[in-house]
Design a protein around this ligand. Sequence first.
Ligand SMILES: C[S@@+](CC[C@H](N)C(=O)[O-])C[C@H]1O[C@@H](n2cnc3c(N)ncnc32)[C@H](O)[C@@H]1O
Length: 237
Amino acid sequence: MNSKPLAYDAYQELAHHYAAMIDRKPHNAYYDRPAMLKHWPDLKGLQCLDAGCGPGEYTGLLLERGAKVIAVDVSDKMIEIARARHGQRAEFRIMDLAAEHLDFESAKFHFINAALCFDYIQDWDSLLRECHRILKPKGLIQISCGHPAFDAEYYKTNHYFSIEQVQCTWKGFGKIVVMPSYRRSLAEIMSPFIRQRFHITKVVEPLPTDDFRKADPIRYKTLMHRPSFLLIQAQRL
Ligand SMILES: C[S@@+](CC[C@H](N)C(=O)[O-])C[C@H]1O[C@@H](n2cnc3c(N)ncnc32)[C@H](O)[C@@H]1O
């Protein structure tokens, strides 16, 4: 690693707290995951990459669906937790998705799942160029990320069209952590897929589930009229 990835320190600090709460934290368990799962293709027997796997919640779900999984994350603590959880059922590697080259052979994967990790990568063209290379022809990538309308307002930006480094304080994981990320416009989310020869197959603005309403009725009400995440699925041309 040449320089430290943007959110490395924050996720190293947060890893155990994140892992302890991920199965019931409403924005993950009752908002992001149900939306992502709803749009996954049939994965039985397919070679999948869980990019930015964190503590391996999605890795387990990919395995449950019969996929062969390689899971990567820049945080060694996250990888340690995910490996302890799933052992040899999946392969785990420490990997920086912001690197110019992802250490995989070309055309290895049928499917890349990248939940809530693209927000920490500045150059999506570079990452998607590599995703294109390591996907098989017609392979799919599915990501979730911050919704550009929500983020523009949340971070009170005066530079909507720029890719901006922003930060906020996370208090919801039982430990207060300053979390840096990159905020970008709608065009800066969609265009790298198009430029890197992907056909966008789905654009989803998720709705919270009923379990979200039971867990956090106030945020549920807000999410019902103002999405905070965006999901994109795209096929490698
Ligand atoms: C919000 S968590 C999502 C974890 C998991 N995908 C999930 O949804 O449960 C973001 C993850 O992205 C990882 N991450 C951040 N920057 C990264 C980078 N440059 N390369 C690889 N992983 C990164 C973090 O370490 C963290 O585990």
